[in-house]
Design a protein around this ligand. Structure first.
Ligand code: MZP
Length: 505
């Protein structure tokens, strides 16, 4: 006979936090939002991979492209570039993130000296780089002859058919450094010489890389940036259980730092097979997550048998998701998260291994993010939240005088990501939709919205007498609220300027 879980399935909005004693050290500036992603033994080591803020963007076509990944890594979070595209296209996006900023950047916009100014203008427009090294063969490691920037020519006045050699600053007049110089030394040279870009040459005069002042400025103004060992932005990649044997090697080669098996229901042998295959080949060099799950047995399975680094929680709660309606599977996100967090706690006591949990989907405001962290999520994955920002990969559309962006589920006919829903090999194609095609209002840049969310989390953590995300979850005392106390939490007996008073009054 079917087993019924007596406890009602609950959502985040049914809970509030009770403040704990705030001590003098509980100031927002002292709060750390670092969050582990890879499992670890807290008594002996640090997590192999941690976020500087507990946010990752969903592996979705309408959310996580290269621009989102760059914006999030700059702030300390991580994007999971979607896998519902060809391996080549996904690898190219990872490549764009990895080449975006690094201490020593291999130049991918170069020309031969006999190329024309028109070629330089076209290259600048195509790649977006205004600094173009001129090398003997036009290659990124050719013999360095000079440098051309957009300050060296006037696009609408100069004769575009002239060779770039006539406009470039020739090698003898360029400030250079040799391979072996440290990043600090290179930056100091830029400062001393009041330059924007420093070409680094090898012993044979070949171009090795470029160091930019703007990267240093960017680094200093975003101290939480999430970087890999080579000081490139960190990036995650979604994978599926169908083509991982081809996709994963290409993604790892391209520099993906974290992989996540993207499946609507992750309690499966397909997921275990994929995870173990990757682990066998790459050991612990790349962090591997999986899911999604909503109960304790599934956590055990993925942590113990599939040996995943982190586990994602949530089925059917996503803003564009209709899985609960279509298939009758799912669980209130708060109940799912608490069940998995409790099992994670037991697993930790038994083994000493802490497996991070990500709460994925259904977070529709900052309060819910805060409650998710309090209930034991180490970090949260969001789709809608990021789809609304300028950096999501979709075009802006004006509807009725307001600006929106399209946002669609991976299980919609538009995305046709059948690999996320049918994990077995024989079953291909999307037979029915589990997601919808929708619009969301545009709210601004990722930085603008995250700054506000982060400020609220820091403030709440101080109210809860906590300085780390882990302490916050350990200290959290939550209360269930009635519908009436929910109403009480809003404004009462006043006229709201936004809702109640017509604009022309
Ligand atoms: P949300 O942040 O928009 O509420 O939810 C995003 C999450 O919904 C994703 O991370 C993913 O787990 C899930 N998702 C993506 N597509 C669908 C679908 O088409 C979906 N049903 O449920």
């Amino acid at each position: 006979m079917a087993k019924i879980i007596e406890e009602v399935s609950r959502t985040f909005s049914e809970y509030l936090l009770i403040p704990r004693l705030s001590r003098v050290e509980h100031k927002t500036g002292n709060v750390s939002l670092r969050a582990p992603v890879a499992k670890y033994r807290p008594d002996e080591e640090e997590s192999r991979f941690s976020l500087n803020i507990p946010f990752v963007s969903a592996s979705m076509q309408s959310v996580s492209g290269a621009e989102m990944a760059i914006a999030l890594a700059r702030l300390g979070g991580l994007a999971f570039i979607y896998c519902s595209q060809s391996i080549e296209a996904q690898v190219a996006m990872i490549g764009r993130v990895k080449s975006h900023k690094a201490g020593f950047v291999p130049s991918d916009s170069n020309l031969r000296p006999d190329a024309t100014l028109a070629d330089a203008v076209a290259l600048r427009k195509r790649k977006g780089h205004s600094t173009i090294p001129i090398t003997d063969d036009g290659g990124m490691h050719g013999v360095f002859l000079g440098i051309l920037t957009d300050k060296d020519y006037w696009e609408f006045d100069d004769d575009l058919s002239r060779p770039v050699s006539e406009f470039m600053t020739a090698r003898d007049n360029v400030i250079l450094a040799r391979v072996g110089v440290t990043l600090h030394e290179a930056n100091m040279k830029l400062r001393q010489c009041k330059k924007e870009c420093l070409p680094i040459l090898d012993a044979n005069g070949r171009l090795h890389s470029l160091v930019f002042k703007k990267d240093y400025v960017d680094h200093m103004s975003n101290p939480d940036q999430l970087l890999d060992k080579e000081k490139r932005f960190a990036v995650g990649a979604g994978i599926n259980t169908h083509d991982y044997k081809e996709r994963v090697p290409a993604l790892v080669e391209a520099g993906a730092d974290v992989l996540c098996i993207d499946a609507s229901d992750g309690y499966s042998e397909f997921q275990k097979e994929a995870a173990l295959w990757i682990r066998e080949r790459y050991g612990s060099s790349v962090a591997i997550g999986g899911g999604n799950i909503i109960h304790s047995d599934a956590f055990r399975y993925l942590a113990e048998e599939a040996r995943l680094d982190f586990v994602k929680v949530g089925i059917g709660g996503g803003s564009i998701c209709i899985t609960r309606e279509q298939k009758g599977i799912g669980r209130g996100q708060a109940s799912a998260l608490m069940a998995v967090a409790a099992e994670r706690g037991k697993y930790f006591k038994e083994t000493g291994v802490y497996v991070p949990i990500c709460s994925d989907g259904g977070l529709s405001n900052d309060t819910q993010i805060i409650i998710a962290l309090a209930m034991g999520a180490d970090f949260v994955m969001m789709g809608r939240y990021f789809a609304m920002t300028n950096e999501s990969p979709t075009p802006r559309v004006s509807i009725g005088g307001r600006v929106y962006k399209p946002y669609w589920g991976e299980g919609s006919n538009r995305a046709r990501n059948w690999q996320r829903y049918n994990q077995n090999d024989s079953d291909t194609g999307l037979k029915f939709e589990e997601g919808v095609d929708a619009y969301v209002p545009v709210v601004g840049n990722v930085k603008d919205v995250l700054d506000v969310t982060v400020s609220k989390i820091r403030a709440t953590m101080c109210n809860m007498g906590s300085l780390t995300v882990k302490e916050f979850a350990d200290n959290a005392v939550l209360t269930r609220i009635s519908e009436q106390s929910f109403v009480e939490g809003g404004t009462s007996n006043v006229l709201s300027l936004e809702k109640d008073i017509p604009r022309n009054v």
